[in-house]
Design a protein. Structure first.
Ligand code: HEC
Length: 148
């Protein structure tokens, strides 16, 4: 019990540090400072939802089910980032638009096209992250159908 009392505050202290690190290690266009006490920008929250929804859709596709997308993916074009001024690079909007188009195509996919269109969609995540925010790349790779 004593150990737990010592450990708990330590975990609470370290958790926010972990979140900021996760948001985007220390890359030039990425967040280094949390915007609010939780460190969660609108865009960061949306990204987490995109990842969780993607994992769910991945399982559906692996089971041969029709993907049922629930995340409001169009928000990527308007959500506020942790460092909004740095997101206004020439690359962000075209990369976000190609993600939105890939999600639309996946949403309208016939069952036999779903796997291919899902892979294309995950590639659009990777393209933007390589460009603007490499921190989460390792996590995003888990979305690929062949990874487990
Ligand atoms: C157009 C660029 C772009 C695309 C496309 C994109 N991301 Fe991101 N992502 C970002 C940026 C920028 C951040 C940092 C957000 C912030 O800190 O406000 C981020 C942050 C993240 C994070 C960290 C969130 C956190 O916990 O703080 C994850 C996970 C993530 N993205 C996953 C994904 C996944 C999965 C996809 C595709 C389904 C995707 N991203 C597509 C730009 C993009």
């Amino acid at each position: 019990m004593k150990k737990l009392i010592v450990l708990l505050p330590l975990v609470c202290l370290l958790a926010p540090v972990g979140l900021v690190w996760q948001a985007c290690s220390d890359e030039k266009n990425c967040a280094t400072q949390p915007l609010n006490p939780n460190g969660d920008s609108e865009l960061a929250l949306l990204m987490r939802a995109m990842f969780e929804d993607g994992m769910r859709v991945k399982v559906q596709i692996l089971k041969g089910e029709t993907p049922d997308i629930q995340v409001d993916f169009k928000q990527i074009l308007t959500a506020k980032a942790t460092a909004p001024e740095k997101m206004q690079t020439a690359d962000f909007e075209p990369l976000a638009t190609s993600y939105v188009q890939a999600m639309r195509a996946l949403d309208a996919a016939k069952p036999e096209e779903a796997a291919q269109l899902f892979t294309t969609m995950v590639t659009t995540c990777m393209n933007c992250h390589h460009n603007t925010c490499p921190g989460p790349v390792v996590r995003i790779k888990k979305l690929f159908l062949e990874s487990n």
